[in-house]
Design a protein. Structure first.
Lengths: 149, 149
DNA sequence: TAAATACCAAGTAAATTACTTGGAATTGAT
DNA sequence: ATCAATTCCAAGTAATTTACTTGGTATTTA
């Protein structure tokens, strides 16, 4: 039940992008340098994020990425699902998928998986990027030290 | 963010054990046969369950397993944690662990992981085996078909 | 025209998962 | 006393997944 590096790095990168987006378009190289993530690997993550409309890109020199919507409209859930796929704990309760097993109506353990799925979705969909930016600003103003993302 | 077969099979097996425990001690072979899981693999799962006190064993012929506590006292969370380890989505927010990173105090993404962890724990710790047995009994009485676990 | 960037497809080493194999130890039934 | 049924235990292994890397092409600005 662990997130992969896709979710972890992607979340860090998205927060980094959000925090630096007042400076205009942000290159992957700058995110990679600040966050200590491989730039080539970030490319793959941002391809997925772009496909979901969470970021938009500008090609060419001085190009880079920016948020695809307002921070308030981008949830942690959307980011994680773009990167990790459905957050359902087992395939048989994936939201949209057809891989539902034949036992679906009469399965007791299925009830458990649905509750876990809903619990996770409720949490991640209730947190938006702007809340995290706020958290970051608070930490920045309080601490003398560097404020990690 | 998927459960492994340990969690999935183990949960099924535990429910099977709970439902059949009125018939006395239950052998792994019988669980394996009913649930279509490899008996040898179940052994590994039950070793972990036993270590956590969730089941207790009787060796020798006519031996097997029984619940280590009343169904009401065994939560889905305890079962899943025995089999999968901590349900925290990333290592840095594992409940008991020392692998906390140096940034712990000033990390914004950490706040996300903690909320997800707490959301999952709240759900799984609130479901107990006796509730699932009740669900199973309800399904059994309503449906003409077989009532899967 | 050159540098900086996004975009793309494939390859790969390491780790993890999902088991299997081959036993030894224990116990109840005959 | 023996045998069959069981738990218990340690290793081995094939397949899959993860976490990248490599080696480009396309696009845009300076």
């Amino acid at each position: 039940m662990k997130l992969s590096t896709k979710g972890r790095y992607g979340m860090k990168a998205m927060l980094d992008l959000a925090i630096h987006s007042n400076e205009g378009i942000v290159s992957l190289k700058s995110i990679a340098d600040r966050q200590g993530i491989s730039e080539n690997y970030l490319e793959q993550l941002f391809a997925a994020l772009k496909k979901s409309g969470i970021v938009k890109s500008t090609r060419g020199a001085q190009g880079g990425y920016e948020l695809g919507a307002k921070p308030k409209e981008i949830s942690v859930g959307a980011i994680l699902r773009a990167l990790e796929g459905s957050l359902a704990p087992v395939d048989c309760v994936m939201e949209n998928d057809a891989s539902k097993c034949s036992r679906q109506e009469n399965c007791v353990t299925r009830l458990i998986w649905e509750k876990i799925r809903d619990g996770i979705n409720d949490v991640v969909d209730s947190i938006t990027l702007d809340q995290l930016i706020e958290d970051y600003d608070k930490m920045s103003s309080k601490s003398d030290f560097i404020y990690y993302i």
